[in-house]
Each structure stands twice: as C-alpha cells, then as structure tokens.
Design a protein around this ligand. Sequence first.
Ligand code: AHR
Length: 317
Amino acid sequence: MRRWVRRGARVLVVVLAAGAALVPAACGGGDGEPIRVGFSQLSAEGSWRAANTASIRAALTPANGFELIFSDDEQKQEGQIAALRRFVADDVDVIAFSPVVEDGWEEVLREARTAGVPVVLVDRGIATDLPDAYATHLGADFRSEGERAGRWVREHAPGARVFELQGTLGSGAQVGRQRGFRAVAGEQVAGAATGGFTRAGGRDVTAAALEAWPDVDLVFAHNDDMALGAVEAVRAAGRRPGVDVRVVSVDGTREALRALAGGEIAHVVESDPLFGEQLARLLRRVAAGAEVPSRTVVPGGEFDRSVTAAQIDARAY
Ligand code: AHR
C-alpha cells in the first residue's frame, strides 16, 4: 500500500505497513473544494475508447466533487507529455492518463513527482525503473486476456494457423495480450502485424495477411474493432468468416457480440471500459493522501456463441 501526501510543492510517498494510521491530506478535495484532475486520453480509436471516455466523464463531475481538465491527445505520446506538463503547471491535485505506449515517461513523471502532483495510470500501464513513478494503476490484466484467448484457441482450434492482429505496437494492451497469447498458443502463430486498434487497420492488415499466409485459418485480434475489420477482409477475400477463417477477439462491444451470435466471430474475451466510478473512488483516496494499492485490476468475463440477445442489448458500448 502507498499513500501520497502533498506538502506545499513537494509530494511524499509513504509506504505503509498494513493497518498503519492515516495522516490528513494537504491537497484539494477538502473543505468542499473540488478535486482538480488533469486527464489525458488517447482519442477515440474505437468503441471501447469512446465508452471509456464517456464513463470517466460521467464519474468525474462537479456533482461528484471533481473538476475535470480533459485533454484528447490523439494517440500521440508527445501530445500526452505536453498535456502532463500543462497539468503540472496548472497545479492540479491529481494527474490521470492512459499511456499510449509503455516506454518513455520517466522525464515527465520525474517532473510531476518534483512538483508534488501524484499520477494515476488509467487502463494501460508503463514500463519504468523509476521508483514511485506513479501512485497507482487501474486497468485490466492484459496478459490474462491474451492467455484466455490462447486457451480458447488451444481447446477449440488446436490445429489452426493463427494470424495475430496486434494493437498499437509498444502499448500495454498489445504487449500484454501478445505475451499472454503466445505463452499459451505461441506455436500456432504463423504471422503478426499491427492494425493500430482501428477497424480500418484491422481490415487492411488482415487482407494483406491472408495473401501472405494463405494457410491462416484463425485471426486473433487484440480488440473488437480490428476483429470486425478482419471479418470484412475475410469476406472480401472470398472466404467465409466463422467457417474458413475464425476470429477471436478482446473487448466485448455490442457490435462484436452481435457478430459472435451470428457466427462471424468465434470467441470474445471481455475487457471492461466502464470503470469511471472506480476511478473516481481511487482519485478521491489519492487526493486525500489515503492508502491505495499500487495496482487494481478491472475484471472481465468471456463470451462464446451462447451469448443471448438480452446480454447483447444490455451492453452499454
Ligand atoms: O487499452 C485498451 C484497448 O485500447 C482496448 O482493448 C481497445 O479497444 C483500445 O483501443
């Protein structure tokens, strides 16, 4: 457990033994003041991201005690770094961001730490050796998602030749899902390329992959938008999605679950973007200097062909 305590322009991170007493915080959110949160998001590359943004915006409202300063940084790390610097200059109470890639954050996180602004990682993680680079990380376990997709393939398509349709290279979601999948079903992978987590990218890259590896009969897509693009590419290549080429995916969007029910997608591992309220609770604790775990995993289930119309209609994204 860690606690972040702001002292003027300095932040102290205190590693606590279980059950240790708490110390009152010295930053925003007290005395009816809203907690000022600077949040850098990755634009809307697909329906998952749009749902995630909507969930966060709905939770970090003035009525809930927040002032949200939102920056849409369009998949660009330099844009996110600039946004983080603006938040530090603006002396927000907490910075939250979804890092587009894992590497390259040390300098700006050092600046935030020196300025005494705690940082919360949202959705994707980072790779760093910097001690106490961030206060906490809330997001799915991407490696486990990849493992679960791999287990389905091992069980239901052990002889399949797999094309791995990767997300944005170097992102936590790509790295984790690939690692997990390869750990379980790596020997079945014939080739891999990135579709950048977008539907158009998934379509174009799958079209090229089906020509490069004609024996591929299963696509593991790192997200639903790319999976739906892959289905289009399979059909355009004169092959039958779900029969000649199966598609396995991650996310659980309504459109993907419809394709699952219709037989075009074979299996979907859920990655839940609707954690705005959970983020709000965590941000309150960080702003108050309360203990927080260094990692909170957002859980997710799995969907197979038995998905019902009621489940599909109930999807919020
Ligand atoms: O980081 C989470 C991933 O990013 C989601 O699976 C995907 O849809 C989004 O683009």
